[in-house]
Design a protein around this ligand. Structure first.
Ligand code: ATP
Ligand code: MG
Length: 218
């Protein structure tokens, strides 16, 4: 059967391992998953369970050592095709908050949301002209979220996007991610945050690199 046009992401038996001097570390172990347009999917799991490595495979930042990752983002390009909120945020330190976001709009290859709206929704009003190192880590993280949703991406990958947020700001981040899904995106969000997991359509649970059912079965 041909995959439907709504299928944005197909991961098939993907593994990723690292050869260390003493042993092989298998960070992602035979993972299969699919995500469709409009879905927001949580990726849960303890520290070291492989969330970031799996997101790197999904984003194409790393290549699986076995298995496949297929992104179906259609004719879109740039950040309107694939957008990322990295765990380490990745703001450009020489650009202000608003310049970091606008740069992505320039590279975006599609329609953009209004930066002003995103600043309102993410409580960033008044901070547009600050450099990243003049912002709190939580504010920097919300700038990274604004950057990721600006071009209404077909596939959005977010790595612990509320790690530096209090409850009110975590709710704002969740609302903006949910908007990205309802605007025709597929969203995969790694998180330890139960409040974030409560708002997703379904939760994938990673343990030692493998997807397990919520009750812990392989
Ligand atoms: N480049 C690397 N070389 C060797 N081992 C690595 C490398 N990157 C990740 N690992 C190992 O792979 C496993 C998964 O790491 P990963 O960063 O994906 O976990 P995580 O679930 O994102 O953790 P956290 O919640 O702390 O961010 C860990 O055991 C880690 O030590
Ligand atoms: Mg991680």
């Amino acid at each position: 059967m041909m995959p439907s046009d709504d299928r944005v992401l197909t991961v098939c038996s993907a593994s990723r391992w690292f050869e260390m001097p003493s042993a092989r570390v298998t960070a992602v172990d035979d993972v299969s998953l699919q995500i469709d347009v409009g879905e927001i999917v949580g990726l849960a799991g303890p520290s070291g369970s492989g969330k970031t490595t799996l997101l790197n495979l999904v984003a194409g930042w790393e290549t699986p050592d076995s298995g496949t990752v297929e992104r179906n983002t259609g004719p879109r390009r740039g950040w309107s095709s694939l957008a990322i909120v990295p765990q380490e945020l990745g703001l450009i330190p020489e650009l202000t908050a608003v310049q970091n976001i606008r740069l992505v709009g320039r590279l975006g290859g599609g329609d953009s949301r209004t930066v002003g709206d995103l600043f309102e929704l993410l409580d960033l009003v008044g901070l547009a002209d600050r450099m990243p190192d003049e912002l709190s880590v939580g504010e920097q993280q919300r700038v990274a979220v604004a950057r990721a949703v600006l071009c209404m991406p077909r596939l959005l990958v977010a790595d612990e996007p509320t790690a530096h947020q209090d409850e009110r700001h975590a709710d704002q981040v969740m609302a903006v991610l949910a908007q990205a899904a309802s605007a025709g995106g597929a969203v995969l969000v790694a998180t330890h945050d139960d409040r974030l997991l409560a708002g997703v359509d379904r939760v994938l649970q990673l343990l030692d690199g493998r997807l397990v059912s919520p009750d812990g079965d392989a």
